[in-house]
Design a protein around this ligand. Sequence first.
Ligand SMILES: C[S@@+](CC[C@H](N)C(=O)[O-])C[C@H]1O[C@@H](n2cnc3c(N)ncnc32)[C@H](O)[C@@H]1O
Length: 391
Amino acid sequence: MSTAVLAAPFQAVFDANSQEFSLVGVIRPRSVDEIAHSITEFRRAIDEARGVLYINVKRLAQMNNTAFHAFSRVVLDACRTRSDIRFVVVTSSVVGWTERMFRHLGKIEPQITVEVYDSKFYPGQSFVEDTSFIPILRAQTKMTWRHERTILPRHGMRPGIAMADICCGIGDFAVLAQKEFQPARIVALDHSKPSLAYAREVAAEFGVTGIEYTYGDASEMLLEDNQFDFVTCRHSLQIFNQPELLLKELYRIVKPGGRVYITNEKNSHCLGEPRAQSIQWTYNELARLLSHFEMDVELGPKGRRYLADAGFDDILVESFMITNLDGDPQDFADVIAGWEKMFAAMAARHGEAPEFIDRFRQGFRDHIFAALHPKGYAGWPIWAASGRKPL
Ligand SMILES: C[S@@+](CC[C@H](N)C(=O)[O-])C[C@H]1O[C@@H](n2cnc3c(N)ncnc32)[C@H](O)[C@@H]1O
């Protein structure tokens, strides 16, 4: 576990609507008496539940044997008296020990099953957590940083702050932010083990210290409430099937008065000249294709609404266009070549016909053609938005 993973105080909460009993934080009682109240709450949850009772341990940072045995005793007893009820323990790979520990109960009583929630969050997850995504992320950040470095101070970035980059990918944004703005603390969290391994390797190679790379699930973070002045989450709400869950967590960890900064795209607004029609067709189809993977790559302009609905005020929204004229046009071409490969694989996974995939790929190639053409113009628009957590 990383030093950045700070355990929340222990909580045992029953939500009758979703029939979910959640254990959160660090639970290390010296005797069962210390957790008598939580055990009573657990018994009440079982009494009230019909059909299935979910036992959510996704944010259970630590549990000692005293607590484990006390809760296990209650659930095992219930299996004997309540044949009408099933228990589903929902764990997360972020707290991998819980899966091993609770699996034993399933071996004793078939009424108890264990599910690892984040082994498959959403249909497109495997694509964004794969090593083949690394060069795409690297090329993208190279292009976006030129714009973001001037935008960020308007949204709350400044020296000396505590910041978190949630869904940090390969961590290159955190490195650039550290060099340019010298925050006092940076936590960079992602759910892709290959991306984090890459980030740590690059940091070691270039002597970058002070960035706390953390494995975690952005929708269930083990980070404490109200601890960051500035929280960034770039290009990620749009690939997550429940962006509002992520925003709830971003809101939770930012300090009152602090700001959350998000960037997202609207892929159907990617453009190029010449060959505009072919390019337009492909990006329209891309938005449609990704919706089948529960990703909303049209989310950019919706950022204002998402931030407002999550409770933020003083919302700022701006957009910028990455173009082939920003620097070396080959950088732009590299980004699009990466997209072509990844999105063609997703189209094949979705079962699109070979003729469709050929035409789909052609639009990306035409975008590259426009980017590298001596008189061409190619663009990729991005929306940056931030909101303040009310004091
Ligand atoms: C499109 S990438 C953006 C990465 C980075 N912010 C950037 O702009 O280069 C989305 C990132 O979200 C991560 N991710 C997806 N679901 C996540 C989750 N539930 N918790 C943490 N990270 C997640 C993926 O592993 C991936 O690195």
